[in-house]
Design a protein around this ligand. Structure first.
Ligand SMILES: Cc1cc2nc3c(=O)[nH]c(=O)nc-3n(C[C@H](O)[C@H](O)[C@H](O)COP(=O)(O)OP(=O)(O)OC[C@H]3O[C@@H](n4cnc5c(N)ncnc54)[C@H](O)[C@@H]3O)c2cc1C
Length: 511
């Protein structure tokens, strides 16, 4: 992916795009892949880095969401399971199957969760992974050696998918670009253009790296900006009603010994009715998540101390070796772009608020009077279906003429070229050096990310092309300077740039 060539395409004012997508998270990138593979001339603009919003901060599960069965959302679970199966097939290097144990401490839990998970398997149909099964206490402890044995009656074993969300985002960007789309990170849409009839027919944008302004015309503009949805809707209609109810979820990262095995834990119902996951990822343990409503909308939300305490405290109830605050290697927070349900009135006429954990994770499409198409809500797992629905709607609204119908159900997603990284290391052995001990990335990954994956900033590399910042903040701080120096060499930048990048990393990630 060549950023300057894409900028040249954006600068060409003679181009009329079929589809302009605002937002380069899972939703926007999925739309760009769908639109480009139908032969539509597609432009995508992301104000920060690909997936820098919510899409790099998920629990990293490609899952049906077994807990939504409790809320009766069978349709959503079935759709998610179908998409899970497709992703495992279309991105075999990027999504892997992972086993989970639901531990049972009360007599009825094995029957209750076991029945729910058998239904989960049934709903997956032929796209299922492996069968759910009951585990005796000894087998449960064999799978999760650090699980608290006191009062344990056994467990239920089931399967779901796991992935690296930021890496899948880059794969989507690469796939869209390979199919002819122009995909740009660090370009913010600052306004919408309208024609004489008041219909949206383009965007104004600014490259935040160079400060240069651009404008582009398109037959339809799709707003896929996650928790920023309402700010873009207000560019169109300043009085547009808010449709997003953001909800913050955080994760903490611990050393893998706190789990003790390769099987994840799922606690479907904590004291306050939440779901808790403990998941092995890149040799660490990711613990999450929380659900905090009424949070400000920002690009880099930080975990609240009480959310961190909540996770540490709840994990301690289930693990023999309970984590303490000083065991936390890293934390990360994300904002769920939930679609606000129509609020029912209470008896005294007040508007009743629904807890964000109870708001549906399904997606919705909105079309404004001036033709701005907005897609909001959903999950990483369902990004492909969301994209298909959005592009179908865009074709109808803008009377587009695609060359072919949607083909993403079995489209292989393009991952990075491992052989090119190997070649880099062979040509320069200094690139073999690891960014952090115990983590897989090397200096060659930094060079590859700059040359092929549009990494523009130090944080792009440390947080999303590699995941060092998400996994071990101290290790990220340690390698930040040499990584910035290497990036500066690749990008032709000077010492001032390096100092700025280090400062930005401290500010943005709160280090
Ligand atoms: C804590 C947590 C855990 C989760 N875990 C899972 C999980 O395990 N599995 C799962 O399936 N789902 C999960 N989800 C849900 C999933 O992560 C989200 O539904 C999904 O990432 C949303 O993607 P998006 O593209 O809609 O939003 P975002 O990823 O936020 O993308 C929107 C993008 O729009 C950009 N943007 C905004 N304004 C502009 C502008 N003016 N110009 C250009 N760009 C702009 C933003 O910078 C942002 O990058 C989780 C969510 C959270 C918060």
């Amino acid at each position: 992916m060549n950023r300057s060539a894409m900028l040249d395409q954006l600068a060409d004012s003679s181009t009329e795009w079929d589809v302009i997508v605002i937002g380069g998270g899972a939703t926007g990138l999925g739309i760009a892949v769908d639109s480009a593979t139908r032969g539509l001339k597609t432009l995508l603009l992301e104000q920060a880095d690909f997936s820098e919003g919510t899409s790099s901060r998920s629990t990293k599960l490609i899952h049906g969401g077994v807990r939504y069965l409790r809320g009766g959302e069978v349709g959503l679970v079935r759709e998610s399971l179908r998409e899970r199966g497709r992703l495992l097939h279309n991105a075999p290097n990027l999504v892997r199957k992972l086993s989970f144990v639901v531990p049972a401490y009360r007599w009825y839990e094995r029957i209750f969760y076991g029945t729910g998970l058998v239904l989960y398997d049934f709903l997956a149909g032929k796209l299922g992974i492996e069968s759910t099964g009951h585990l005796a206490k000894s087998k449960t402890l064999e799978k999760i050696p650090n699980l608290n044995p006191e009062g344990l009656r056994g467990g239920t074993l089931y399967w779901d998918g796991q992935f690296d969300d930021a890496r899948l985002s880059v794969a989507l960007a690469r796939t869209a670009a390979a199919n002819g789309a122009a995909i740009l990170n660090h370009v913010r849409v600052t306004g919408l253009q309208k024609n004489g009839a008041g219909k949206v027919n383009g965007i104004e944008a600014k490259d935040l790296q160079s400060g240069k302004s651009y404008s582009a015309t398109g037959k339809i503009v799709i707003n896929a900006t996650g928790v920023f949805t309402d700010s873009v809707r207000k560019m169109d209609e300043p009085k547009a009603e808010n449709v997003i109810a953001p909800s913050q979820g955080i994760h903490i990262v611990l050393d893998a010994e706190f789990l003790g095995g390769e099987t994840a834990i799922m606690i479907p119902n904590t004291d306050d009715g939440r779901v808790l996951f403990a998941i092995p990822w890149y040799g660490k343990l990711v613990l999450g998540t929380t659900d905090t409503a009424d949070v400000p909308v920002e690009l880099n939300p930080r975990p609240l101390e009480e959310e961190i305490d909540y996770l540490i405290e709840h994990a301690g109830r289930y693990l023999v070796k309970a984590p303490k605050r000083e065991d936390v290697r890293a934390t990360f927070a994300g904002l769920r772009p939930l679609v606000r349900p129509p609020a029912p009135k209470t008896e005294d006429g007040e508007t009743e608020k629904k807890e964000t954990s109870k708001i549906s994770r399904s997606h919705s499409l909105f079309v404004s009077k001036s033709g701005l198409l907005t897609i909001a809500g959903g999950k990483w797992t369902t990004y492909r279906q969301m994209a298909e629905d959005a592009v179908d709607k865009a074709i109808k609204l803008a009377k587009l003429n695609p060359e072919q119908s949607c083909s993403t159900k079995d489209l292989t997603l393009l991952d990075r070229e491992e052989s090119e990284i190997k070649e880099l290391m062979e040509s320069d052995p200094s690139l073999l050096e690891k960014l952090a001990s115990g983590l897989p990335w090397r200096m060659a990954d930094v060079v590859y990310a700059v040359r092929n994956e549009m990494a523009q900033t130090l944080v792009d590399v440390l947080a999303r092309r590699t995941r060092v910042l998400f996994l071990d903040e101290t290790a990220a701080r340690k390698c930040a300077h040499p990584v910035a120096q290497l990036m500066a060499r690749e990008l032709g930048k000077n010492e001032t740039w390096i100092a700025e990048q280090l400062k930005l990393m401290r500010e943005v990630e709160g280090l």
